[in-house]
Design a binder for this molecule. Structure first.
Ligand SMILES: NC(=O)c1ccc[n+]([C@@H]2O[C@H](COP(=O)([O-])OP(=O)(O)OC[C@H]3O[C@@H](n4cnc5c(N)ncnc54)[C@H](O)[C@@H]3O)[C@@H](O)[C@H]2O)c1
Length: 423
C-alpha cells in the first residue's frame, strides 16, 4: 500500500452497522467501496436501499456507488480493509472479542502483500496489535510492516444526531508506521472536514477513544450520585446544577439512565485491560456500578410515589415514553429502559410502551402501543427525549393519566412546574 496512489485505493468496510454504513457511503464518493457484512438480511435490505438504523436515507443509498456483499470472494480485490464490527461484552461484563477475531480471520484469508487494515471498533489499548494482528499474520502468513500495514481510527459518531455527523467530527488516526499514517491521513481527509488528529501510536488512539466514553460514564455517575443524595435531602437537582453552572469551570452533565453499547460497555474494556496487568480500577467500576443500578433507583422512587397516590390499586398502569437507549434513534441495545420496565413489571405494574422509532407490537415482553390511552395511566415515565414527543403539549400528556396520575420526567424535557417528579 505504501506506493499506492489514492486513485488506486479500493476500500472494503467490514461490518455495516451504525458506524460502518455511514463510513462506506462517505468513502464511496471518493473511492471504490465494497461494504461487507456477515448478516445476509442486512445486505439484502441495503441492496433495496433500506437502512434500519435510519443513519442513511434511501435516496442517498440509491445515489451511492457503494456495493454491498456478504461474499468473501467479492472483497479479494480490495486493498484497504476498514473494520467496524461490534465490540460487546459478555453477561459477566468481560469484553467479547469474538466479532473482532472472526473479522481478523476473514481478513487474513483475503489480504495480499501491500494491503492495509484499519480497525475502527472501540477496544482497550493494545487490542489491535495483541489480538487482531497475530490472527491476520497467522491466517495470511504475511508479516506486519513488511507485507501488510495497520491503522486504528476510532469512530466518534453519535447516531440520531443530525448535527454532529461523520464529516464534521474531528477524527483520530494512527498507524503502524509513518508512511501508513501519512496515507491514512490523506484517505480520511477526503471525508472528514473537521480535521485529523494524528496520534503517536495505535495504543494511544485506542486509549483516547475508550477514555472519552469512560469519562462521560463517570461524569454522569457523579451527577447520578448527587441526584440520589439531593432527592433524600429534598433539594431539586436541576436547580442545584443550574446554580453551579454559573461558575466558569463547572462541567455540565445531567443525571439519567446510561445504556447503549458504548458508554455503558466501553469502560469494561478499559477495566478488563487494567485488571489483566494487575491494576484494580476502583473509580471506573464504582461509576459503572452506580449507573447500572439507576433503573432500580428510578423505578423505586417512581413506584413508591405512585403507590402513595393510589394505595388501593394493586396493578398500577404505567406508560413508558421512549424505550431506545437514547433519543431519536431506533437502537435498543442495552437500553436501561428495559431494566426499568422489568423492575416495574416485577412489582405488578402493567406497562404500555410508546416508542415511535420501533415497528413491533411488543417490546421487552410488554405491550407496545401506537398511541397512549386516554385517562388510563396512574403514572408516566418520560424516559427518552425523542423529538417526536416534543409535539405533545403537557395538556395532552395529562389527558393520558387518570386524575391524580403523575409524570416522572427523566430527561428534563418538561418545564419544572409540569413534571411531578424528576431526577
Ligand atoms: N453506534 C455508535 O454509536 C458507535 C459510535 C462510536 C463507536 N462505535 C463502535 O463501533 C463499533 C461498531 O459499532 P456499531 O454500533 O456500528 O455496531 P452494529 O452492531 O450496529 O454493526 C456491526 C455490524 O457488523 C456486522 N458484523 C459482525 N461481525 C462481523 C464480521 N465478522 N464480519 C462482518 N460483519 C460483521 C454485524 O452484522 C453488524 O451489521 C463498535 O466497536 C462500537 O463500540 C459505535
Amino acid at each position: 500500500m505504501l506506493k499506492v496512489k489514492l486513485t488506486q485505493i479500493r476500500i472494503c468496510i467490514i461490518g455495516l452497522g451504525y458506524v460502518g454504513l455511514p463510513l462506506a457511503i462517505a468513502f464511496s464518493k471518493y473511492f471504490s467501496v465494497t461494504g461487507f457484512d456477515l448478516n445476509k438480511s442486512r445486505i439484502k435490505d441495503l441492496k433495496k436501499n433500506v437502512d434500519y438504523t435510519n443513519e442513511v436515507t434511501s435516496s442517498i443509498l440509491k445515489k451511492s456507488k457503494c456495493s454491498f456483499t456478504s461474499k468473501l470472494s467479492d472483497i479479494k480485490d480490495c486493498n484497504l480493509f476498514i473494520v467496524t464490527v461490534p465490540t460487546p461484552i459478555f453477561a459477566n461484563r468481560k469484553p467479547d472479542l469474538g466479532p473482532l477475531k472472526s473479522s481478523s480471520k476473514m481478513i487474513g484469508s483475503v489480504i495480499k502483500k501491500g494491503d492495509t487494515v484499519v480497525f475502527e471498533s472501540t477496544v482497550y489499548p493494545g487490542a489491535t496489535e495483541e489480538v487482531c494482528v497475530p490472527i491476520i499474520e497467522k491466517r495470511s502468513s504475511l508479516k506486519l510492516n513488511e507485507d501488510f500495514f495497520l491503522g486504528y481510527s476510532p469512530e466518534r459518531i453519535n447516531p440520531g444526531d443530525k448535527e454532529k455527523q461523520l464529516s464534521n467530527i474531528k477524527k483520530i488516526v494512527s498507524a503502524s508506521n509513518k508512511q501508513t499514517l501519512n496515507l491514512l491521513v490523506k484517505v480520511y481527509s477526503k471525508i472528514i472536514k473537521a480535521g485529523i488528529h494524528s496520534a503517536s501510536s495505535i495504543r494511544v488512539a485506542e486509549a483516547a477513544k475508550v477514555i472519552e466514553n469512560t469519562q462521560r460514564d463517570l461524569n454522569i455517575a457523579f451527577i447520578n450520585e448527587l441526584s440520589i443524595l439531593f432527592n433524600k435531602l429534598d433539594i431539586d437537582t436541576e436547580e442545584v446544577l443550574k446554580a453551579a453552572e454559573t461558575k466558569w469551570n463547572f462541567i455540565s452533565f445531567r443525571p439519567g439512565l446510561v445504556g447503549g453499547h458504548c458508554i455503558g460497555v466501553d469502560p469494561y474494556y478499559l477495566t478488563a485491560k487494567a485488571k489483566s496487568i494487575g491494576y484494580d480500577p476502583k473509580i471506573i467500576l464504582a461509576g459503572r456500578e452506580l449507573n447500572d443500578n439507576m433503573p432500580k433507583i428510578v423505578g423505586k422512587r417512581f413506584i413508591d410515589k405512585t403507590r402513595s397516590l393510589f394505595p388501593k390499586e394493586r396493578n398500577l398502569k404505567i406508560l413508558i415514553l421512549g424505550a431506545t437507549f437514547k433519543e431519536n434513534c431506533p437502537d435498543t441495545r442495552n437500553s436501561k429502559v428495559e431494566s426499568l420496565c422489568n423492575y416495574l413489571v416485577k412489582r405488578n405494574c402493567k406497562i404500555h410502551i410508546f416508542e415511535p422509532n420501533i415497528n413491533s407490537v411488543r417490546m421487552f415482553g410488554q405491550s407496545k402501543i401506537n398511541s397512549p390511552m386516554k385517562n388510563y395511566y396512574h403514572g408516566i415515565v418520560y424516559a427518552v427525549g425523542h423529538d417526536q414527543f416534543k409535539k405533545y403539549s403537557i395538556k395532552k400528556m395529562r389527558s393520558w393519566t387518570k386524575k391524580g396520575g403523575i409524570i416522572f420526567d427523566l430527561k428534563y424535557s418538561l418545564d419544572q412546574s409540569d413534571a411531578d417528579m424528576r431526577l
